[in-house]
Design a binder for this molecule. Structure first.
Ligand code: GCO
Length: 483
């Protein structure tokens, strides 16, 4: 069936991030990152662990590239550790050993025909920037980010053709500045676990600086590098599907508010130069304003592609027109809706090893169509999609290797994606989260997302059934693409 295929230049890959994978946290002149400091404070990470060693990809990248080769993927998404390149941000020198590491990684990938798909910021920053002036809460962070981005474009842009400015700032910001579960651990909202009087504005101020940092980095890329290097640049956001829990207008508006407060929060300013109307209406003066120069810059720089991290769907219930019990999303600064996992006692999908994830493959097609329509066919990548398993301490390695639930999940979500593409959506790549089991931020090593199992004591990698399945899926669709 000729319509049953992905475009021939489609990127199939796996995704990762520096802090979750590399380890080597003090190796060869690397500076301390905000995550190094945060994870070392007792109580911050669920299982008391950290990413000091993680999967040790810093030392084992060649072994991991052999795993990628055996999957026959043609792309690898990873992030650059800012503190490995600039141990003190722009207030110190470049660490040549850090540049050398990414040079070697990129060269080794390209040698195997694997395209690097590179994220500049995936949650970790040099601690120096936090200590100096509170990083993203200060407009100075824009200069920090551009300084770092410029060095990366200059050093690696001859070989890297896909750049992502930020990974999921819409995940990072609420955890960093509302619930306090990510560094710098500030809690300003209703669900904060501290009450130090932080302003409820903080998440919006930090996001504002990230949005302007994105624009500034894109500006530098376009003016100094893009013509010569010929790559493209975008941003990645978490995009969940929000299904109205009923047909009422109030619940439909609530689902739209959930999209606005979670994801359009970043994409609207970057693409259209303004925050979503839903946010302006609910937040009023809590929301920062762009100057006319900034609006001009946003509209001029924009992005080349939208990266979507899609994992799950939720039911959404209105909290604006009728009061509801407090919960995820219900406060004013979150958008006045309530996230529900079930309707009339029936779950939206099978639960997984993460409390927030249900298996709802229809969400993939819905979110792709939603994004395509709202942003006028801007090319998209599925930058992350994957299945969580609880890291059951009673399981043997063999039990983890037989991950039938992950295979079911992937096959459902990839079928849905295929259906989107068949209907004309311009999706250009798909990355599984993740190649390896890895460090899941404040959850430590309590969950597993990998196509390959990692024994965290020996760091041995072992192939799961899902790896075999993904390899076959890619092979079948590549063959079809050639016919
Ligand atoms: C993100 C994530 C990843 C997570 C993954 C599973 O990119 O948004 O936070 O780093 O590990 O999404 O939760």
């Amino acid at each position: 069936n000729p319509s049953d295929l992905f475009p021939s230049n489609f990127l199939f890959g796996t995704a990762s991030s520096a802090y979750q994978y590399e380890g080597g946290y003090l190796a060869d002149g690397k500076g301390l990152s905000n995550w190094d400091v945060f994870s070392h404070i007792p109580g911050n990470i669920l299982d008391g662990s950290n990413g000091d060693i993680a999967e040790d990809q810093y030392n084992r990248y060649l072994e991991d590239i052999v795993l990628m080769e055996s999957l026959a993927v043609n792309s690898y998404r990873f992030s650059i550790s800012w503190a490995r390149i600039l141990p003190k941000g722009r207030f110190g020198g470049v660490n040549q050993a850090g540049i050398n590491f990414y040079d070697s990684l990129i060269d080794a990938l390209l040698f195997k025909g694997i395209q690097p798909f590179v994220t500049l910021h995936h949650y970790d920053i040099p601690q120096e920037l936090e200590d100096k002036y509170g990083s993203w809460l200060s407009p100075k962070s824009q200069e920090d980010f551009v300084y770092f981005a410029d060095i990366c474009f200059k050093s690696f842009g001859d070989r890297v053709k896909y750049w992502v400015t930020f990974n999921a700032p819409n995940v990072e910001i609420p955890f960093s500045y509302r619930t306090g579960t990510f560094p710098p651990g500030r809690c300003s909202g209703q669900f904060g676990n501290c009450s130090d009087g932080d302003s409820e504005k903080e998440p919006f101020v930090a996001a504002h600086n990230m949005i302007l940092s994105h624009a500034a980095a894109v500006d530098i890329y376009r003016t100094k590098y893009q013509k010569e290097q010929g790559g493209s640049i975008g941003i990645v956001l978490l995009r969940s599907w929000y299904e109205p829990i009923s047909n009422s207008t109030a619940d439909k508006l609530a689902a739209e508010r959930a999209q606005a407060f979670n994801t359009n929060w970043f994409l609207d300013p970057i693409i259209y130069g303004k925050y979503p109307a839903e946010m302006e209406n609910v937040l009023g003066s809590i929301l920062p304003k762009f100057t006319s120069n900034e609006i001009e810059k946003l509209k001029r720089t924009r992005l080349d592609f939208i990266g979507i991290n899609h994992y799950t769907g939720f039911y959404v219930q209105d909290c604006m027109y009728s009061p509801c019990t407090p919960g995820l999303g219900s406060s004013k600064t979150e958008g006045l809706y309530l996230t529900r996992f079930e309707r009339n006692g029936v779950p939206i999908g099978e639960p997984t090893g993460s409390y927030w994830q249900s298996v709802y493959p229809q969400g993939m097609e819905k979110i792709v169509a939603y994004t395509q329509e709202r942003y006028n066919n801007i090319p998209m990548f599925i930058a992350e999609n994957g299945y969580t398993e609880f890291n059951n301490p009673n399981f043997t390695t063999e039990e983890f290797l037989n991950d039938v639930e992950r295979v079911k999940y992937m096959s459902g979500y990839l079928d849905a994606l295929l259906s989107s593409i068949r209907k004309g959506a311009d999706v250009r790549g798909f990355f599984v989260w993740s190649l390896l089991d890895n460090f899941e931020w404040d959850r430590g090593y309590t969950t597993r997302f990998g196509l390959y199992h990692v024994d965290f004591a020996t760091l041995k990698r072992s192939r799961k059934s899902s790896a075999t399945w993904y390899k076959q899926f890619i092979a079948e669709h590549k063959v079809k693409a050639l016919m």
